[in-house]
Write a protein that binds this ligand. Structure first.
Ligand code: PLP
Length: 382
């Protein structure tokens, strides 16, 4: 039976292939790789990820809790800020990264007196801002002017950094290792002296590395990791990709519900929404690939439709797509590469049907693991 729409379908065979590539990279570089839960956080897939990766990267308390409950003990927490009530982070994390010197100073006394620190089970790092944009759109560029992400070199002059043993940066977005090379050059320029201090034992190079894309230059990554380890005498180098482990491993299945003419446009309304179910389409913005009858859509052609979502937002538009035949109500359109930054970011906006989640196992069997109903919508509000 075909999965009822709307539904995300997650393909475990693709995740395994990605993970095997990451395992090989770990072996070649000696670095450690964790899954960034902000991108993808389905506990049902954690056993497969755990076979290949070293743990999780959490952005805050609840992700750290999920990581500890379902994945394991290696939890690298890195958020822009922690609430005073987030002290459980110190029980859940193996590493905590502070986003600014002032936030480290705020937490420092607590952090250094924590029993897990005194037993050597947890260590602390500072997020650095490499101050070198390498091509991400501004919404995904932590190096933009006035950024709130990561300490600037100017904020660290003469700072007392006792108690910190790691540094972190994250400034890439779906990029190749040439962008990492530029970032590392800038990092050395601004923070080389800090990274050479003997107290700094680890460097976390964040996410945004397109490690599992066929055009990714792995040899350059191998060289850069080796150079960084040697140059700064580090024990560990970490990468925390969100997208790479699940690249091309998910699709969003939708049905055409209405077709009509609006001026020159033929509009097709679907039972999914850009804003509620694939927000990066609007935020990045980007154009997802999709198929009809297994045939990829065309850039242009006679059967052209403006695909719209089913919320009231005027801009809930996925974009203009052309097809090999005219669309009809009831057709199934399948959006590709939808595992990352979708299920973790969806909303119940307008109270429309929320996509269920189905797993396809490695023998091709499909099992719905989560469906949503009115009670889920209501529970968010009362
Ligand atoms: C601090 C940090 N680490 C890791 C990631 C994961 O990045 P990606 O999914 O692009 O690999 C992000 C994404 O925003 C991030 O902000």
């Amino acid at each position: 039976m075909r999965t009822p729409t709307p539904a995300y379908l997650i393909d475990l065979a693709v995740i395994r292939k990605n993970c095997e590539a990451l395992s090989e990279l770990k072996a070649r570089t000696g670095c450690r790789i964790v899954q960034a839960l902000k991108a993808f956080a389905l506990p049902a897939v954690f056993p497969l990820l755990r076979d290949h990766l070293d743990g999780c990267c959490a952005s805050g308390l609840w992700e750290a809790q999920l990581a500890r409950e379902f994945f394991g003990e290696t939890v690298l927490t890195c958020g822009p800020v922690y609430r005073d009530t987030d002290t459980d982070l110190f029980n859940l994390s193996s590493h905590i990264v502070f986003n600014s010197l002032s936030h480290w100073q705020h937490w420092r006394h607590y952090a250094l007196n924590h029993p897990r620190y005194q037993k050597g089970i947890i260590s602390y790092g500072l997020r650095l801002n490499p101050q070198r944009s390498t091509g991400s759109p501004p919404i995904y560029d932590p190096c933009r002017q006035g950024s709130r992400l990561g300490a600037l070199a100017s904020s660290l002059k003469n700072a007392d950094l006792e108690g910190l043993s790691g540094c972190h940066f994250h400034s890439l977005c779906d990029q190749n290792s040439d962008a990492l090379a530029k970032t590392l050059e800038a990092l050395d320029l601004h923070f080389g002296a800090l990274l050479r201090r003997p107290q700094i034992r680890w460097l976390n190079m964040g996410g945004g590395h397109a490690l599992t894309r066929p055009d990714y230059d792995q040899q350059l990554l191998v060289d850069l990791i080796k150079q960084s380890r040697d140059c700064y005498h580090l024990d560990e180098i970490w990468l925390e990709p969100g997208e790479a482990p699940v690249l091309n491993a998910g699709s969003l299945h939708s049905t055409v519900l209405d077709i009509f003419q609006s001026g020159k446009e033929t509009v097709a309304i679907l039972d999914v929404s850009a804003t509620a179910h694939m927000p990066d389409v609007l935020e990045m913005p980007y154009r997802p690939n999709l198929t009809l009858d297994g045939v990829p859509s065309l850039e242009r052609g006679t059967h052209r439709y403006q695909l719209g979502g089913s919320t009231c937002l005027a801009g809930d538009i996925i974009g203009p797509y052309s097809f090999h035949r005219p669309l009809k109500i009831g057709d199934r359109l399948i959006f590709q590469d939808m595992a990352q930054y979708t299920m973790v970011k969806t909303t119940y906006f307008n109270g429309i049907q929320h996509p269920s989640i189905t797993l396809r196992d490695e023998s091709g069997n499909e099992q719905m693991i989560r469906s949503f109903d009115y009670e889920d919508f209501k529970r968010r509000l009362m």
